[in-house]
Write a protein that binds this ligand. Sequence first.
Ligand SMILES: Nc1nc2c(ncn2[C@@H]2O[C@H](COP(=O)(O)OP(=O)(O)OP(=O)(O)O)[C@@H](O)[C@H]2O)c(=O)[nH]1
Ligand SMILES: [Mg+2]
Length: 204
Amino acid sequence: MFSLFYGLWKYLFSKMELHVLILGIDKAGKTTLLEKMKSVYSNIEGIPHDRIIPTVGLNIGRIEVANSKLVFWDLGGQPGLRSIWEKYYEEAHAVIFVVDAASSLRFEDAKSALEKVLRHEDLQGAPLLILANKQDLPEAVSAEELARYLDLKKLDERVYMFEAVSAYDGMGIRESAEWLVEVMERSKRTEMLRARAGAMGPGP
Ligand SMILES: Nc1nc2c(ncn2[C@@H]2O[C@H](COP(=O)(O)OP(=O)(O)OP(=O)(O)O)[C@@H](O)[C@H]2O)c(=O)[nH]1
Ligand SMILES: [Mg+2]
């Protein structure tokens, strides 16, 4: 009997969605990246680059990667909108932080925004994927160079990875999504969020 319930429990949890928060300062390429992810994984063409406008509210994208259902929350990165980010932290299984790797003048702004994200207690233990976006541009720095520029402290206990990507040509997109799924599926944070969702039940 126990194993029957345990099997059902595991089955239900395996069907649960994993929430990925896409953060980064304005113009980093978050929305363009989300559209590219959607087109890579669903074969449906995303919104063309030139029709994407700066995000003010929230864009939601759902994709399935290696049998896991992912829900992406893409928020606006303009300075006045960054205070909204923390409303999503508690429910996020992982964070993608997008950086425009071709705009070295904005690395300092990106670094302080990311440091603030990492200090927030509601994101404790959340795996972090830092993307050096716009690799199709000749001035873009590599993932290793970006890691040196950002020089992040206190990353030791967090599962993280830097990846070079281009939301235009799709470079690094599959590697990024597959890494995320793998780390989220074994993270303690996912276990904790699933247990919490299970304890609250399906609701009325
Ligand atoms: N060359 C190049 N340009 C990109 C890439 N990704 C995004 N862009 C461009 O960068 C600009 C900003 O892209 P968005 O996707 O709107 O950036 P965002 O991070 O969502 O910006 P906010 O919503 O304001 O926070 C647009 O002109 C995009 O076309 C990329 O991989 N390569
Ligand atoms: Mg946007």
